[in-house]
Design a protein around this ligand. Structure first.
Ligand code: SF4
Ligand code: SF4
Length: 134
């Protein structure tokens, strides 16, 4: 089986070879679609993982036991521009820089950088960020 997953690592795990164990112990192969890893803060990775169903299940159980939050990347996040007030609340929390200021301090959305973590959806006070299912 194959799936695109968002992995969020607590700060203590960021410098440990947790993902490498997926290859070594669970025979999984993966492509890293996106990675934002900074020492001493939460890490985020978007992986496309492929492998035997049983190995896949056990690999994900291993990640969750180590404290990695795993969620499927199965949706798109969109900005409803007419609802956005450019308050900037989402910009500091977006882990990938998909929400950013232009020169006039208007908040723009670069969808190609978005990993659909949904942080902005939870944070936006005006409901200007929305999940659209595929
Ligand atoms: S939090 Fe919402 S309203 Fe504020 S800048 Fe972001 S998308 Fe726009
Ligand atoms: S869902 Fe929102 S916070 Fe997460 S990466 Fe996309 S734009 Fe940034």
């Amino acid at each position: 089986m194959k799936a695109r997953l968002v992995l969020r690592f607590p700060p203590l795990l960021v410098d440990q070879p947790v993902v490498y164990k997926l290859i070594k112990d669970y025979n999984l192969v993966f492509n890293i679609l996106r990675a934002d890893i900074t020492p001493d803060s939460e890490g985020l990775m978007v992986l496309e993982i492929e492998g035997d169903e049983n190995d896949f299940k056990q690999g994900l159980e291993y990640l969750e036991k180590r404290g990695v939050k795993v969620q499927p990347l199965s949706q798109d996040v969109v900005m409803i521009e007419e609802l956005c007030t450019h308050c900037g609340a989402c910009v500091v929390h977006c882990p990938t820089g998909a929400l950013y200021y232009d020169e006039e301090r208007r908040v723009l959305f670069a969808s190609e950088k978005c990993v659909a973590c949904e942080i902005c959806v939870e944070i936006c006070p005006y409901r200007a960020m929305e999940v659209r299912l595929e």
